[in-house]
Design a protein around this ligand. Structure first.
Ligand SMILES: [Zn+2]
Length: 135
């Protein structure tokens, strides 16, 4: 089991959106900036009009790493962790483990789609390759 995040009013939408298979990203209502991790105040214009919005759930691999170290008991290794530029949320990158393909098959520029794994009261994000949509 991965370490779980502590839920706060501003991050609950992100960590529980998986219950509806939705990737929820915080946006500023004043300047439309996408804000991740979620914050109470927009870092661009200091507005407090920040609220979560559903995005497509797809994205492009910006970078990735392959983990070979079992940091936790029962952790299966190796596995890839991808940093993905999220579609519809300029500047937002979500880092999550990759499922659905071999770690060595992950590539920069690869198209991914979000998936979720329930754990306690949160839904942990995972990236999975979007078949047939390679960049
Ligand atoms: Zn703003």
């Amino acid at each position: 089991m991965r370490p779980l995040p502590e839920l706060t009013p501003e991050n609950t939408a992100f960590w529980t959106g998986g219950a509806q298979s939705k990737l929820m990203i915080a946006f500023c209502g004043a300047c439309d900036k996408a804000i991740h991790p979620p914050q109470v105040i927009c870092p661009a214009c200091q507005s407090r009009d920040v609220s979560p919005r559903e995005v497509a759930g797809s994205g492009t691999v910006y970078s990735y790493t392959v983990n070979h170290q079992p940091w936790l008991p029962d952790m299966a290794v190796p596995f890839a962790i991808a940093v993905v530029d999220v579609d519809d949320a300029p500047g937002v990158r979500v880092t999550a483990p990759v499922t659905g393909c071999a770690p060595e098959a992950v590539m920069i520029g690869q198209r991914m789609h979000i998936a979720f794994e329930p754990s306690g009261e949160v839904w942990l994000p995972l990236w999975t390759p979007l078949e047939g949509a390679a960049a």
